[in-house]
Design a protein around this ligand. Structure first.
Ligand code: ATP
Length: 443
């Protein structure tokens, strides 16, 4: 099987309108990306899949959409002002900048090849700052949030008081986060502006290890449900040198990206660190009182923290295949799970004449109620199928002369390329069932 390289993914994304470089006509801006017509749909579908899984499928998780800009003290309390740094070195020769923990400092500069050219490592804070209001002074500094989690801690009390939630419960949030990353290579894997899907689960101290284990299982199960190849997913437990100073335990879910195993999501036992810090810095009581026992405590937090944009790259890498067909032809296909595919059903009239176009357009308008559809009547049917395979459309419906006689259409499956005849009246139910029962083919 042909190797899936990052170059192939980047090229497909540009060619078919998934992802473009930001500000491309001005030469681009590193670490920033635009999601095109298919990319935004894929991203939204992954977001919705996560949101449904976390909020709708659990009876004790509520949602939140906190502001990106927050009081500057938030980041002092959280430790980001003093600790959210990466060690950085510069090459004195070519001025390239690297993360000191990601390169061999005794080797030559990977960019220009000069030996002994690195500066001493310096700590570099990853938060972007700006000013709020008309006066640009120390007092008006605000930060673009580098993670969504802190907004959840700040509203912990508001949610408890307004939502009748009881511990254990969770708050879920999806939104943009910003980090001034020193190196942003590997396409959208590490960007300066990205999106996170985070859930903070508040538990009674002492039950945290049990919930930590529960959420690890849930989160891995989520990726299996999303149709991701299980052999490309693994756990990595943080060793003592990786563990954040406040964390009791931490595991990453890693995915085998084209450039190797890399973090996709973190599951962390953050103890009572964050709420305790915010209680201290704000002077507001953030403890929780158990109604039954009147017991008061600062809850522990088990966090599940996934990158949404990194999930998009994972979904693309995992789905991509160059399949050699009988006869030697190669088709490029994205095996997206139907629940996240940007287009679910394509409607393709076999010919344009004799009312077949009109019938197909009518069918497409009907199917729109239930699915993301696409209508294509241009070119040979084989080529139209290939175009849909390349963007990961799981189902194609072909309308032909037989449809006029017996009210049936051809339903063609992307992965197997099998075709079956289905009655128009049964089409919606059949596609729903196929989506529900979808199993990714092995390989
Ligand atoms: P790294 O060590 O790779 O910088 P991290 O451990 O700091 O990442 P977290 O702070 O745990 O990452 O963030 C949670 C998730 O957010 C990550 O698992 C990743 O999916 C996503 N994420 C973090 N930084 C970025 C980024 N710069 N671009 C895209 N996604 C990111």
């Amino acid at each position: 099987m042909a190797e899936t390289t990052m170059d192939k993914i980047v090229s497909l994304c540009k060619r078919r309108g998934f992802i473009f470089q930001s500000s491309e006509i001005y030469g681009g801006l590193s670490g920033a990306w635009d999601y095109g017509p298919l990319g935004v749909q894929l991203k939204n579908n992954i977001r919705d899949f996560w949101w449904k899984e976390m909020t709708q499928m659990h009876d004790n998780i509520v949602g939140l959409d906190a502001s990106i800009l927050m009081h500057p003290k938030v980041w002092e309390a959280s430790g980001h002002v003093s600790n959210f740094t990466d060690p950085m070195v510069d090459c004195k020769q070519c001025k390239s900048r690297f993360r000191a923990d990601q390169i061999d400092l005794t080797a030559a500069c990977p960019h220009c090849g000069t030996k002994d050219s690195f500066t001493e490592p310096r700590n570099f804070n990853l938060m972007f700052s700006t000013h709020i209001g008309a006066v640009r002074d120390e007092g008006s500094i605000v930060y673009l949030r580098p993670e969504t989690a802190q907004g959840i801690y700040l509203d912990f009390k508001n949610v408890v008081q307004s939502s009748r939630v009881k511990i254990p419960f969770g708050i879920a949030q999806v939104g943009k986060a910003f980090r001034n990353e020193i190196t942003t290579k590997n396409f959208i894997f590490r960007s300066c502006e990205f999106e996170q899907m985070e859930m903070q689960y508040f538990v009674k101290p002492g039950s945290d290890e049990e919930w930590f284990s529960f959420w690890r299982d849930q989160r891995m199960e989520f990726y299996h449900k999303m149709g991701i190849n299980p052999s490309s997913l693994r756990w990595h437990r943080h060793g003592p040198d990786e563990l954040a100073f406040y964390a009791k335990d931490a595991y990453d879910i890693q995915y085998l990206f084209p450039m190797g195993w890399q973090e996709l999501e973190g599951v962390h036992n953050r103890t009572d660190y964050d709420l305790t810090q915010h209680q201290e810095f704000s002077g507001k009581d953030l403890s929780y009182v158990e109604q039954e026992t009147n017991e008061r405590y600062i809850p522990y937090v088990v966090e599940t923290s996934a990158g949404l944009t990194r999930n998009v790259l994972m979904a693309l890498s995992d789905a991509y295949e160059e399949e050699t067909l009988e006869g030697g032809d190669v088709r490029t296909v994205l095996h997206f799970h139907p629940a996240i595919a940007p287009i679910t059903v394509a409607i393709l009239p076999l010919v344009k004449k004799d009312g077949i176009s009109e019938l197909s357009q009518k069918l497409e308008r009907e199917l729109r109620e239930d699915f993301a559809t696409f209508y294509d009547q241009g070119g040979a049917i084989g080529r139209r199928y290939r175009r849909m395979d390349e963007v990961g459309t799981p189902y194609c419906v072909t309308v032909d002369y037989q449809t006029l006689d017996d009210q049936t259409v051809t339903l063609r499956f992307r992965d197997s390329m099998e075709q079956v005849r289905v009655k128009l009246d049964d089409l919606v139910a059949r596609i729903r069932l196929e989506t529900k029962q979808y199993k990714r083919k092995e390989g």
